[in-house]
Design a protein around this ligand. Structure first.
Ligand code: PLP
Length: 377
């Protein structure tokens, strides 16, 4: 609980941890560009390099595999444009920061369908790669930001590599929620600090075994893979958050039991949980309130001091039809009533009680009237 109320929107951005803010503050107050040779520069360089080791530790990567970026969106764009493959396979439920670059820049983009639970159809991917013949890039996420559905990315890596394709994994929603072991065989992995207690505006692309064409040029930083003076305070915070995210992993079961409790209570009252039949992140729930538009719900919960989001609100607060639920074959009217809850380290049982109470009250108030209204239309 903060002074603004109860925060259940961790997938959009988790609060910065106190020690992370302190590490950023001390880095911000020190003079020195990491590219400068004097001692001020060397200290800034050491800050960047020690954060690089901390971030690499998230997935057992080598520090030199880490390319710091301005966040997950830039990491995804860098992977898609920088991999140098014209033919790209993406799943239908990827984040827009994968879908948009994959569809642009002269790429030949193929969309791999998902089943009703939101899991990518690997038989389709396998057959399509077989038929394609061209050196391809496959981009499939570790876990979906809207539904929490986890993709079988270890299998995706094996299929992609069998066909000589590179595999990029958007793992932005993974750290602090699930171990990243499954993404270990990916050639390119995207990360974003603000999803797990680091600051906004910093992330990384892990580059293993892939030649990367820099998209930002005009400087030799990041081993010529991303030009521009490094965001030293942001990177310092990212590194520490990466290290501390192990504490979140240890608390993941507790968070999952709170999430499961919400789902059990709301399903009993008519909610439908999307992707419930798949393996999911334990903190995430995408669920409907029959007959009540998601925007109405988000505003009503906000009035009750509870922050949730409608669909993929992490991309610029937009509220529109969810391409994720559409790809899962959910009827558009039903999809329009889906909100996303995402819990995190400060979520307490009392918050869940308040949310469920608020949900039940809104469902009683608006549900039957909204359903009648729609049926009459
Ligand atoms: N990929 C996924 C799965 C996300 O949930 C997000 C969140 O917005 C991004 C990429 C973009 O990351 P960022 O906000 O750091 O640009």
């Amino acid at each position: 609980m903060t002074e603004l109320g109860i925060y259940l929107d961790y997938n959009a951005g988790a609060p910065v941890r106190e020690p992370v803010a302190e590490a950023m503050r001390s880095a911000a107050l020190r003079a020195g560009n990491p590219s400068s040779v004097h001692r001020f520069g060397s200290l800034a360089r050491r800050t960047v390099e020690s954060a690089r080791e901390q971030v690499a530790g998230l997935g057992g990567w080598a520090p030199e595999d880490v390319v710091f970026t301005s966040g997950g969106t830039e990491a995804n764009n860098l992977a898609i444009h920088g991999a140098g493959r014209r033919t790209i396979f993406v799943s239908a439920v990827e984040h827009d920061s994968v879908l948009a670059p994959a569809r642009r820049g002269g790429h030949d983009c193929h969309v791999v369908p998902v089943d009703g639970e939101g899991v990518a159809d690997l038989a389709v991917l396998d057959a399509a790669l077989d038929a394609c013949g061209a050196p391809a890039l496959v981009s499939i996420m570790l876990a979906n930001n809207e539904t929490g559905v986890i993709q079988p990315v270890a299998e995706v890596a094996a299929i992609a590599h069998r066909h000589g394709a590179l595999f990029h994994c958007d793992a932005v929603q993974g750290p602090g929620k699930i171990p990243l072991d499954a993404a270990r065989n990916a050639d390119l992995v995207s990360l974003s600090a603000h999803k797990f207690g680091g600051p906004m505006g910093v992330g990384a692309l892990i580059v293993r075994g892939a030649e990367l064409v820099a998209q930002m040029t005009g400087g030799g930083q990041e081993r010529r893979r991303r030009a521009g003076t490094e965001n030293v305070p942001g990177i310092a915070g990212f590194g520490l958050a990466a290290e501390l995210s192990r504490d979140d992993l240890a608390a993941a079961d507790e968070i999952q039991s709170l999430r499961d409790d919400i789902e059990a209570r709301l399903e009993g009252a008519g909610a439908r949980v999307f992707g419930a039949g798949a393996t999911r992140l334990g903190n995430t729930s995408c669920l409907s309130m029959p007959g009540v538009a998601a925007e109405t719900q988000v505003m009503a919960f906000d009035l009750d001091g509870i922050a949730v989001s409608a669909g993929a609100a992490c991309s610029s607060g937009k509220v529109g039809p969810s391409h994720v639920l559409a790809a899962m074959g959910i009827d558009p009217d039903e999809a329009a009533t889906a909100i996303r809850l995402s819990l995190g380290r400060a979520t307490e049982p009392a918050h869940i009680g308040k949310f469920v109470e608020s949900w039940m009250a809104l469902n009683r108030r608006a549900g039957p009237a909204a359903t009648r209204g729609r049926n009459a239309a």
